[in-house]
Design a protein around this ligand. Structure first.
Ligand code: 48H
Length: 261
């Protein structure tokens, strides 16, 4: 068979357009494809909800690829190992209660499971704003990362969603936009972002889970964003909290979606 460049080009444009058109209205828009966002997308898609994940970079995985200080191994505790087992990621006990896994295997496996479960992953797209109606977020505003990087004056497009997950990690980008632009309090003590504190792995892993919740009507925070929004410690390269946070946020949103149905 002779290959035709025009067919290849048309195939990509048509298929991508269809994928984007199919995701203009979703149940959940996940912002950020680090460990928390990917795990959340997996559990939501597995429960048959329509999920689109937007990742700014070319590759998903966020801070997990780099393990700790570019040593591409991650550590998880007993509770986190349960999630790695669910994904069939191989991990090895190091000392009692501490397990290690290869970060490349972990990211690629979780991503593959999320995509196969039906979550649509849009890489190279950044969420730059939110849509707000009656003091509730009802969607996200997206643009190409290349536009953002080149600082081009190009207007964005919009995705409508019943819920948004801010899984953008340390910078909590969705919540920061809301804090800056929406004339309403966040669901934190001060009504504003409380801010991330310094390193305390033991406390931080616990509080990551506690802080995984709704931070503004329609917007949940997961992973590092949860601690930064509600004001708690960082944990370094132990990733159990990120995985468990992704699972928890999916459960919380599934409960809400079931009530709305
Ligand atoms: C689209 C965006 C946008 C945007 C950012 O940083 P992440 O890996 O986030 P988590 O919470 O899943 O995991 C945190 C973990 O990696 C970590 O940093 C830890 C455990 N640190 C501990 C410590 O002590 O330092 O991933 C977030 C992703 C990234 O891929 C970003 O590119 C992406 O979100 N992102 N995507 N639109 N506006 N902002």
């Amino acid at each position: 068979m002779k290959l035709d460049e025009q067919v290849i080009t048309r195939a990509i444009i048509e298929r991508f357009n269809q994928k984007l058109l199919d995701n203009l209205e979703v149940d959940v828009a996940v912002v950020g494809g680090g460990p928390a966002g990917l795990v959340a997308a997996y559990y939501l898609a597995r429960a048959n909800y329509k999920v689109a994940l937007f990742e700014r970079k070319l590759s998903i995985g966020g801070g997990m690829w780099g393990g700790g200080m570019m040593f591409n191994e991650i550590v998880v505790q007993e509770e986190g190992k349960r999630i790695l087992d669910e994904f069939n990621v191989r991990c090895e006990e190091y000392e009692r209660g501490y397990y290690t896994a290869d970060s490349v295997e972990t990211v690629s496996t979780i991503c593959s499971c999320a995509a196969k479960a039906g979550a649509r992953i849009f890489n190279l797209m950044s969420v730059e704003d939110v849509i707000v109606r009656k003091k509730r977020v009802t969607g996200v505003v997206i643009n190409w990362t290349a536009v953002e990087m080149a600082n081009l004056h190009v207007d964005p497009l919009c995705i409508q969603s019943k819920f948004v997950i801010d899984a953008t990690g340390h910078p909590i980008e969705v919540i920061r936009v809301i804090e800056r632009k929406v004339d309403a309090r966040l669901l934190t003590k001060s009504g504003k972002v409380e801010g991330e504190k310094s390193m305390w792995a033991d406390v931080a892993e616990r509080t990551t889970l506690e802080n995984t919740r709704e931070a503004f009507p329609g917007v949940y925070v997961a992973g590092m964003s949860a601690n930064a929004t509600f004001g708690n410690f960082r944990m370094g390269p132990i990733f159990g909290g990120m995985l468990l946070s992704g699972e928890k946020v999916a459960k919380l949103i599934i409960q809400r979606l079931k009530k709305q149905a």
